[in-house]
Design a protein around this ligand. Structure first.
Ligand code: KG4
Ligand code: ZN
Length: 341
């Protein structure tokens, strides 16, 4: 190697975003994401349609990333891709492309765990400092809700996780009840800004230890709205902002309570957020407020919250530095656990 920067291409295709990013060491040169509008018509992600859209998007997205980064593909040192967890058909598209691309260029292939990548996104160079190990991370996305003790880039313990729906799923499902299109999380957040978070209250779900549960909350919300609609058909329209603010407040309070309990039990003062729901303004605010109580908090920039390939590339860089490469016959894994990295 000639001592210049290490260029890593990251490819992410675990759900409904096709993404490619390029890092020069830990500096981000390009971060391209193509979303998939097609799922809006179905109120959720349709796996088969997602795989097909990935197939259409993958080449243009990688091409756009290379052009944006102003490097030639021959300059890449490695290709990192999401091995899992996620939708198997979607993972296979990114994985197959990555293998072909790495083989064609004669560079190493690196497999990445999507949940590990959400956490390691904190290490992409930027104006925010990175946390030091060990830290506690609340990873909240459409598919996962986990409290993770991060001992090192390859040593992470899940202290607690959701036993049913993920926090993002709870946002999306209450949004659906209110007639807000998929994915509803960002719109609930937007409407909540002008609503009263104390107007309605919902029963807090019971779950053991540091685990979460959101499916009961979603059902109580549904029944509450249904009963009110029987009294007044315009109930949703008249109260949308307050409903959004109240349910958001409830979800965020549940998330924070257990996370802080884990932090105090384990004596960890460095707290990080990760995953799509970390774009939520109330959750970000609740985290920021913790600095007043002596915690050091780490909140990723918006572009690293929802699914992206920059997080795959930075995880790829950590692995590249330790020669943790994948075989060409590595399999994609829909249920790839964080403990197995
Ligand atoms: O990490 P992500 O992009 O994909 C998964 O790996 O699941 O997370 C997507 C989830 C969706 O459920 C979406 O509604 C939620 O993150 N989300 C939000 C916000 N932005 C995205 N939820 C609440 N407030 C937001 N601002
Ligand atoms: Zn994700």
């Amino acid at each position: 190697m000639n001592g210049g920067p290490v260029y890593i291409l990251g490819i992410e295709s675990s759900c409904d975003d096709t993404a490619a990013a390029i890092l020069a060491d830990d500096n981000l040169l390009a971060n391209v994401v193509a979303g998939q509008e097609i799922h809006r018509n179905w109120g959720g992600v349709v796996p088969e349609l997602a795989s097909r859209a990935h197939q259409q998007n993958i080449v243009p997205v990688v091409d756009a990333a290379l052009r944006k980064a102003k490097i030639r593909k021959e300059q890449l040192h490695a290709v990192a891709y999401t091995r899992g967890p996620g939708l198997l058909g979607s993972l296979l598209v990114g994985g197959s492309f990555a293998k072909g691309f790495a083989a064609g260029l004669g560079v190493p292939l690196i497999e990445v765990n999507h949940m590990q990548a959400h956490i390691l996104a904190h290490f992409i160079a930027g104006k925010n400092p990175a946390p030091e190990f060990p830290f506690l991370c609340l990873t909240v996305s459409g598919g996962h809700t986990q409290i993770v003790k991060v001992n090192g880039p390859f040593d992470m313990n899940i202290l607690g996780e959701t036993q049913d729906d993920a926090a993002g799923e709870a946002f999306d499902k209450v949004a659906k009840t209110l007639g807000i299109p998929y994915p509803g999380g960002p719109l609930v957040d937007k409407m909540a800004k002008t609503g009263n978070p104390k107007r309605f209250s919902f029963p807090e779900p019971k779950s053991p230890g540091y685990n979460y549960s959101f499916s009961g909350l979603k059902t109580s919300f549904l029944y509450f709205v249904r009963d009110e609609m029987q009294k007044d058909v315009d109930f949703i329209e008249k109260n949308k902002e307050d409903l959004c603010a109240s349910i958001q407040h409830c979800i965020v309070s549940i998330l924070m309570k257990k996370f802080l309990k884990a932090a105090d039990d384990y004596g960890i003062r460095q707290l990080a957020l990760a995953g799509g729901v970390s774009a939520n303004s109330e959750l970000r605010r609740s985290f920021e407020e913790l600095t007043d109580s002596g915690y050091k908090v780490f909140i990723p920039p918006f572009e690293y919250c929802t699914d992206n390939a920059a997080m795959i590339a930075i995880t790829g860089l950590f692995k590249y530095r330790e020669n943790r490469f994948a075989a060409m016959n590595a399999s994609s894994s829909a249920r790839y656990r964080l403990e197995d990295i």
